[in-house]
Design a protein around this ligand. Sequence first.
Ligand SMILES: Nc1nc2c(ncn2[C@@H]2O[C@H](COP(=O)(O)OP(=O)(O)OP(=O)(O)O)[C@@H](O)[C@H]2O)c(=O)[nH]1
Length: 895
Amino acid sequence: MSVRIYELSKELNMENKEVMQLLRERGHEVKSASSTVDNISAQALIEEFSGAAQAETPEQETAEAAPAPDAVKSGPATPKLPPSAIVKTPDQIAQEKREKEAEEEAARQRREDERAAVRQAQRDAMLSSTQKPAAATPAEPERKSPPPPPPPGARRAPIPAPVMGPGRPATPSVNVSVRPAQPAVPPRTPGVAPAPSVQPRAAGGAPAPVVPPASAVPPRTSGAAPAPAVPPRHTPGVAPAPSAPAASTPPGATPPPVKMPASVRPSPSPIIPPSIPRPAQPGQQPQPGQQASAAGKVIEKEGETIIQIKPPIVVRDFAILLGKKPFQLISELMEMGIFASMNQAIEEANAKQIAERHGFTLDIRHRGDDKPEPKKKAKAPREDDPALMEERPPVVCVLGHVDHGKTSLLDQIRNAHVVSGEAGGITQHVGAYQVERKGKKITFLDTPGHAAFSKIRERGANVTDIAILVVAADDGFMPQTDEALKFARNANVEIIVAINKMDAKGANIDRVKQQMQERDLMPEDWGGTTLCTPVSALEGTNINELLELVLLQAEVSELKANPKAVAEGVIVESQVEQGRGPTATVIVQKGTLKVGDALVCGPHYCKVRAMMDEHGKPVKSAPPSTPVRIMGWSGTPVSGAVCTVAKNEKAAKAEAEENAQALKARAAAKPAVTTGATDLDSLLAAIDDQSSKVLRVVIKGDVNGSVEALADCLRAIESEKVKLEIVETGVGVITKNDITLADSSEACVIGFNVKQENGVTALAKHHGVRIIQHNIIYELITSVEEAMSELLDPEYREVKLGMVEVRATFPLAKGLVAGCMVTEGIIKRDAHARLIRKEVVIHEGRIGTLKRFKEDVNEVRAGYECGIQVSGTHDYKEGDRIECYEIHEFRPNLR
Ligand SMILES: Nc1nc2c(ncn2[C@@H]2O[C@H](COP(=O)(O)OP(=O)(O)OP(=O)(O)O)[C@@H](O)[C@H]2O)c(=O)[nH]1
């Protein structure tokens, strides 16, 4: 219920202005005479002033109490209304209604503002209560404010307590004001006056000034005294004494819950429930692990004191965390040129700087930073878990100098006849085979011995566990034996030396052992650690002993792999097979490869269509150390590359495409060769380079490794006169496409150990493309060198044929003929001739006429006489000499 001011004025018999002034002094927000005031306040005013008014005008009361004479006259007496009753006209009611609606709207707005202010105040109070437990009561909303002191001279009625919501605790004393559940302060019950708000008492015991309405009070900030001009006595760490209430407690009112002298009052800590972590006191270094502020905390981690805080970093919160007083932080900020109030946020960089200055590490936790990490899936058992490892066959590589008997040895071991099938009697690519000895498998790699295949040999060494170094007993260590030893050592594989050809004439096993010793390969029987045995691949002597040594070494090395791991293998060789497409020989290194698996190897992928062993027999699965030939590749992967099993064919294809893109990008990123000449020398070199001849080639080979080896050999041809440029390399038969490519790039086709597709010869003839083919690598290299030198311009050299001496001259119809004696060599008709007189060449021409007696002849040898006529002259004299020679064309040397 509320009362209009003009009604109240009437009631009080006062001017509207006076009443409005009175109400404003009491903290009411009144705008006009039609503003309302709550019933209780109105009642208080009435009680306060009506007595005075009565005392001043007693007759007025009588007049009011007695019915008006007019009323008596005009009709029945109007019912006597209580003095506070107000009679309104319909217009007044309508006007009032409109005003009420406007008022309500304004009030609603005000309430929202107030609520926001209260929330802020509560937050502040919470912080300040944790920081300054005995701080003064927070600002109360307007309606809770005690009335202002009455004007001097005015009679005061007892001031009623502010209206409180049901169940709302009375304004608590000291620091518990914001904790509604504080049991020490009972809620106000109707009819019982609550304890008036306790105001901080100024030093000296003067009554605390009245707190102005909340709207007039700026939001309270932690550490700052509330609105009163005199701040409460307060020293950090010492709880300030609660001040006495401003007015004496009314009878029946609940006494303030905490009211003790400062000397005996306990420190604020007991008031703080144990569940609320004790904050750091301002100016006191916060202890790690202690929650210093609702906005953050200080923790100790790995010797570092870390402040964890959520943005925005408000000065007050930050000061608490730093163990500083807010004003100290504010002044520090000012020194940095930053002006911020306690409630303002500062930038993260500045906060970091300050934190570091005070020996803290600032950990700013942005939204989402605290999110718990997604739970990791249960760990799958590690592939390299020793418990999952199983024994696997050793992969053995046979290395050695050319013709020292590597293939013969393998041949003996597996009782096959590979040697006879090899072109030129040399191994030209890697074969992989598996043999069994005493129920245990051994995987063998047969590597080529020719120098051109050093790369393949190196690769062979890299994928093996044990290297058998074959040294011919009659030849000893040779350059490629040393090279093979280097590969084996680099690949960190165990070395077993097989001294082959022990049957051969001139075999000297001790000499080989001596050489082994020199190479730090001390044989076991000489007190060293290198396993070594003499063998004869030809006669099959000691082959079993050699296999025993391999198994012994494998046992010592404890070769194991997880057959259940994701399969992975190394490409030993790849090729394009007719009717099969690209195939690759792979040695499985871990896991078990199965038909249907999807593989990825660099830019190529494969859905394993079929797998075959070394005998061409199909196999369904290949456990570790098994060599298999795999069908289903998208291309020919590079030898030595690792292939892995992908989730499915789609994934393998996508990965391969990604790899291809990456390869392209890498190739594109390679710096372009600049031809810009910087000085005269380089300019000349550039001109020379441009004028130098180039042989472009398209290389086709039976297998990837051979093609690679051939390409390496061709690149190694050194010539300053002719350069070799490889346009394309490929595996498989020479196709029409190769011819077309060669034609468009003015290249020739080099085929190694491959056949031609039908129609290739005709197409090549048609386009004038040259095809150079051989099954033996070194012969092919020689042919390519010849083709290169053919590009060079021919050189011409004079070849002297003979010499004649002019003995006489004979006149003929066509002029003089020189009668000569051939003194050396041979004189040929049409040959070049030089007429020399007294060591001076007087004429050069050709032998036009050559006669023996009267007959024309083609040639006359030394010791015979002849008649010669040199074209273009008849000037012959006795004693002249005629030199006869030919001009021959020569192919210049490549180097
Ligand atoms: N006397 C004798 N001759 C052997 C023995 N082993 C191999 N040979 C001969 O040595 C020659 C070369 O044998 P290969 O097995 O082709 O030698 P390789 O080391 O495999 O040669 P590349 O394949 O070119 O690397 C052949 O003529 C063999 O007959 C042996 O134990 N005793």
